[in-house]
Design a protein around this ligand. Structure first.
Ligand code: OOB
Length: 552
């Protein structure tokens, strides 16, 4: 059954949702306020129409007041409706940090259509999968971004997928439709938007499986994570937030992110690139007070701040998360950038932890924080699923008012990714301190965290296995000083196959249309993999071999 006939959030089919007693509890506790994104923007535009909501500084500076953003969303929503996009339809959205991203998102929210948030780095394999798996009716792209022309890719995906009816392009459309042509006069009484309990969008999971999983988030649950984050981070109408990571990622979107800042009536400034040469002048010019980033970028900013000519004194708070931030690096940030540090440990599936503004300095540099909500249930368990005592390492399980109860259309995976009583198995190994702060110690899930960018080894292995000279492959993480981890592909060649070079394997992965960050950083040719007792490839064995190799 599909979700086209909203309000069908059908348990067990599209995605399991919260049992009625939990939903009731979260409403009664005031977490789920019964708001929708479309409604929130409407209300803010009525309350403070002339405040600046959004700044897109490049190539020439454009701004949107709350009233202008509200109107743009209405006009675009009407244009989408006239092209047949309706409630529950999926729209794959792949835009960099440009103002149109925010316009499109709010237009789709107004209709009740679901954005599917692709990252700018995704290529044909991922995009074709998102379009096909979600049954998307439209795909929104830039003409060119970071040297890549998205239009031919879109044409190929569309040619192979008759259900994909529209490609909208920001910029020169080529054979597709220019997004700029879509907006039109909205009717005086537009159709009702979605209800607060309905799906708002599909977010991507970092993934551990051969294909990425999709995360269904409702208006009610996601909005709670926004205002809950706002309270913790001190976001208000005076906040000027710089989006340096891709706007489609959950961290810059909601922790507290551009959506949190819009909720609070503040100003979001989109940063086209995250490097200090781009971001520092913007911080000075736009009086930025807050931003968030991954640890490798925080290191670059810390190093560059020491010698910058730009005035960064407006900065009050930098959030760092997405991957483990080393204590040594964390200690350097505040003195170098002259602002407060907050660590964030979150996941697109839900649970987000923050260190608090009133935590002592040691806690801020040595832990990854406390959950947003008093009703976030956090369990730390051993391999047998029994709770360990505080201070001991264990698997992190969680459920709560903004953590999903299942992925979208993935019943088999859901059966193992969630416990029977609805806890999400995060795959993270943590310990809880006496104050309830979590410290991330490592990971049990088969995933590589390249400085916040998540790679599912199985997805890359499946691509490499298609190479005619490859007999078998195993992709593992190796320690990296800068990124935290990099990926290494161990390749066993077929007997009698032409010898391959590492670059040929990397090129093959690129040509197969995977995002660049999934291309193995290192490739090694081996004769055998370490084996476990049952003859299955031992990833753990490979990891320790890699760690030893790295030291020599
Ligand atoms: C964020 O979300 P995702 O979905 O890309 O990745 C979630 C995973 C976590 O399960 C954990 O393995 C890792 O990323 N992670 C961290 C971390 N923050 C995330 N590992 C160690 N230390 C941290 N501080 O990455 C995300 C979503 C919302 C806010 C912040 C990050």
């Amino acid at each position: 059954m599909s979700i086209d006939g909203i309000p069908a959030l059908t348990p067990g089919t599209d995605a399991p949702t919260w049992p009625a007693e939990f939903a009731e509890r979260y409403r009664r506790a005031g977490y789920w306020r019964g708001e929708t994104f479309g409604g929130v923007l409407r209300e803010r535009a009525a309350r403070h129409p002339d405040r600046i909501a959004l700044v897109d500084p490049a190539p020439e500076r454009r701004t949107w007041t709350y009233a202008e953003l509200d109107l743009a969303a209405d006009r675009l929503a009407e244009g989408f409706r006239r092209r047949g996009i309706g409630p529950g339809d999926r729209v794959v959205l792949q835009l960099p940090n440009v103002g149109e991203f925010i316009e499109v998102v709010f237009a789709l929210f107004r209709i009740g259509a679901l954005p599917v948030y692709a990252l700018p780095a995704h290529r044909e394999t991922e995009i074709a999968y998102f379009c096909e798996f979600t049954g998307a009716v439209a795909y929104v792209i830039p003409d060119r971004h970071a040297g890549f022309d998205h239009r031919p890719l879109a044409a190929e995906v569309k040619a192979r997928n008759p259900g994909l009816r529209h490609v909208f392009v920001v910029g020169e459309p080529g054979e597709h439709t220019a997004l700029a042509e879509v907006p039109c006069e909205p009717p005086a009484d537009p159709p009702d938007g979605p209800g607060p309990h309905q799906l708002a969008f599909l977010q991507l999971s970092g993934g551990t499986t051969g294909v990425p999983k999709l995360i269904p988030r409702t208006h009610d649950d996601y909005l709670y994570s926004l205002w809950g984050s706002n309270e913790i981070c001190g976001v208000d109408a005076d906040t000027r937030f710089l989006v340096v990571l891709p706007a489609a990622h959950n961290f810059p979107m909601s922790s507290p992110g551009w959506l949190g800042v819009l909720y609070a009536g503040g100003t979001t400034v989109l940063c086209p690139r995250p490097d200090p040469a781009t971001a520092f002048p913007l911080i000075e010019r736009e009086g930025i007070t807050m931003t968030g980033m991954v640890p490798p970028l925080a290191l670059v900013w810390t190093d560059s701040a020491e010698s910058t000519e730009h005035d960064l004194s407006s900065l009050e708070l930098i959030l760092v998360g997405g991957a483990k931030y080393s204590e040594a690096a964390a200690r350097r940030l505040e003195p170098a950038l002259g602002c407060r540090l907050m660590q964030v440990f979150g996941m697109a599936e839900g649970l987000v932890n923050y260190t608090r503004l009133d935590d002592d300095h040691e806690t801020v540099v040595t832990t990854q924080g406390l959950p947003i909500s008093p009703d976030d249930e956090v369990r730390v368990v051993d391999d047998a699923g029994l709770d360990v005592v505080d201070g001991e390492f264990g698997h992190l399980l969680t459920r709560g008012p903004y953590t999903i109860r299942g992925y979208w259309r993935a019943p088999e995976h859901n059966a193992t990714a969630f416990t029977e009583d609805g806890f999400y198995r995060t795959g993270d190994i943590v310990r809880r301190t006496a104050t309830g702060h979590l410290v991330v110690e490592g990971r049990a899930k088969d995933q590589i965290n390249r400085g916040g960018e998540k790679v599912a080894p199985e997805e890359v292995e499946n691509v490499i296995l298609a190479h005619p000279s490859v007999h078998d492959v195993s992709v593992v993480a190796v320690a990296d000083e800068y990124l935290g981890e990099r990926s290494l592909a161990y390749v066993i060649l077929r007997e009698g196959a032409e010898p391959l070079k590492a670059v040929a394997v990397k090129r093959f992965v690129r040509e197969r249309g995977l995002a660049a960050y999934k291309i193995p950083d290192l490739v090694e040719f081996v004769d055998t993999f370490p084996q476990t007792g049952i003859g299955k490839i031992s990833k753990k064995g490979l990891r320790s071999t890699a760690a030893t190799a790295e030291q020599h």
